[in-house]
Design a protein. Structure first.
Length: 180
């Protein structure tokens, strides 16, 4: 009795229909992977765009609020062609890392066509001041205090102070304590 064991095909190739189906399925899988990767990259860009400036805002807020909270003199607001400058005495010293009274100024300076926000700290004219560049490419910049009519662009004793600045296509505002 002879048994026919020809289960294994002797064809050595794929039919055109099998090849077309394989190419179509591979294309669908690759398109799905491309869509997933593209969506992930776009999501990351959107998140990064929305977070622009937040780290700088957080650091600047902490510094400015500490300076205002430990202020021991009424601030003086001056205006120059580059923008306003606020100067006051505070016990929040970065030079000495202590509570020693120092003068502090926040101001804008233009360098090579870019506007920078600086914080300058000094004791007197005999010592070299510590000048820190806080932000680059600052747009608008102003200081306000609260009045009965709202925020006004001048310093009023006994009222909260607000620093407003333009940075990364947004307007940022920092409100700090009450002035002496």
């Amino acid at each position: 009795m002879a048994v026919n064991l020809s289960i294994i095909s002797t064809n050595k190739g794929l039919t055109l229909l099998e090849l077309l189906i394989a190419v179509a399925l591979s294309s669908l899988v690759l398109f799905g992977l491309y869509s997933a990767i593209s969506t992930a990259l776009n999501t990351d860009q959107i998140i990064q765009q929305s977070l622009l400036g937040i780290n700088e805002y957080t650091r600047l807020t902490e510094l400015f609020q500490k300076d205002i909270r430990t202020m021991v003199s009424v601030p003086v607001l001056k205006h120059s062609y580059e923008g306003p400058e606020i100067t006051f005495t505070t016990t929040h010293s970065l030079i000495y890392n202590s509570t020693r009274p120092v003068y502090v100024s926040y101001y804008i300076k233009e360098i090579n066509g870019k506007r920078y926000l600086f914080r300058k700290e000094w004791i007197d004219t005999e010592h070299t001041p510590l000048t820190i560049r806080l932000l680059e490419d600052v747009g608008s910049f102003s200081f306000y205090t609260r009045s009965d009519e709202g925020w006004i662009e001048k310093i009023v004793s006994g009222k909260p102070i607000k620093m407003s600045y333009g940075f990364k296509d947004r307007t940022w505002e920092i409100v700090a304590g009450r002035i002496l």
